[in-house]
Design a binder for this molecule. Structure first.
Ligand code: GRF
Length: 218
């Protein structure tokens, strides 16, 4: 699977959030007022809940937002189709799940598979799922980190784009998940910005589990 050939227009990004949105903010800050230089622009921010800091960040940046809540739909499939339709309305080249705490379904993947990116706070394939930081800490690993990957139909199983490593210290063991997660997020934000920028500027192709960055056809 290959991305479209890079063009001079910045890639259109829809970012999905569920919480504080610091990864979204890192993208906003990196793009700044030079989407051409970064290679991408955020065209909308979507969420699965209202009243979150992530949406406030989007509004402060003057971006359109949308909220698609599971409980407003009769079935999970209907929610998935509504999320896919709302996202498609902004004609994204790439969709970024930046702390979006929902597993999307068939319809969303049919539309955005191969251009839907997630960031996960552990070194996949270890510790997938909603509690990656806690699970790594409980296992007693000495290093953990974060993974930016394409989303497939498994839970955090798609092809890996980039990873960052964070050492687990004695203090983490004592202080617990929150302190370690904060240190992971410092690395994660930089990793996500770099990965999105490179995908948008340089193009990419996915061959099986391997992601190759660089102009398609080179
Ligand atoms: C990130 O660590 C992400 O990997 C995880 O939730 C966190 C989101 O943070 N799924 P934020 O909302 O971007 O601040």
């Amino acid at each position: 699977m290959a991305s479209p050939p890079p063009s001079t227009a910045p890639a259109r990004l829809v970012v999905l959030v569920s919480g504080s949105g610091t990864n979204l903010q890192a993208l906003l800050d990196a793009i700044g007022d030079d989407p051409e230089g970064f290679g991408a622009q955020i065209v909308a921010v979507g969420a699965d809940r209202s009243g979150i800091a992530g949406l406030e960040r989007a509004e402060r940046a003057g971006l359109p937002t949308f909220v698609c809540r599971v409980k407003d739909h009769a079935t999970r499939e209907e929610w998935d189709a509504a999320l896919a339709a709302a996202t498609a309305g902004y004609r994204p080249d790439l969709v970024v799940s930046a702390g979006f705490m929902k597993i999307v379904g068939k319809e969303f993947l049919a539309r955005f598979g191969g251009r839907f990116i997630n960031t996960h706070p552990a070194l996949l394939p270890s510790f997938p799922g909603a509690h990656g930081v806690r699970d790594a800490l409980a296992y007693g690993v000495k290093v953990t980190g974060c993974t930016v990957h394409f989303v497939d139909d498994g839970v955090d199983t798609g092809p890996i784009i980039a990873q960052g490593v964070v050492e687990v210290t004695e203090e983490d063991t004592a202080e617990g998940e929150a302190a370690l997660h904060e240190r992971i997020k410092e690395i994660e934000r930089k990793l996500l910005v770099e990965a999105v920028g490179r995908l948008a500027r340089d193009g990419y192709r996915i061959e099986g589990r391997k992601v190759h960055l660089g102009h398609v056809g080179e």
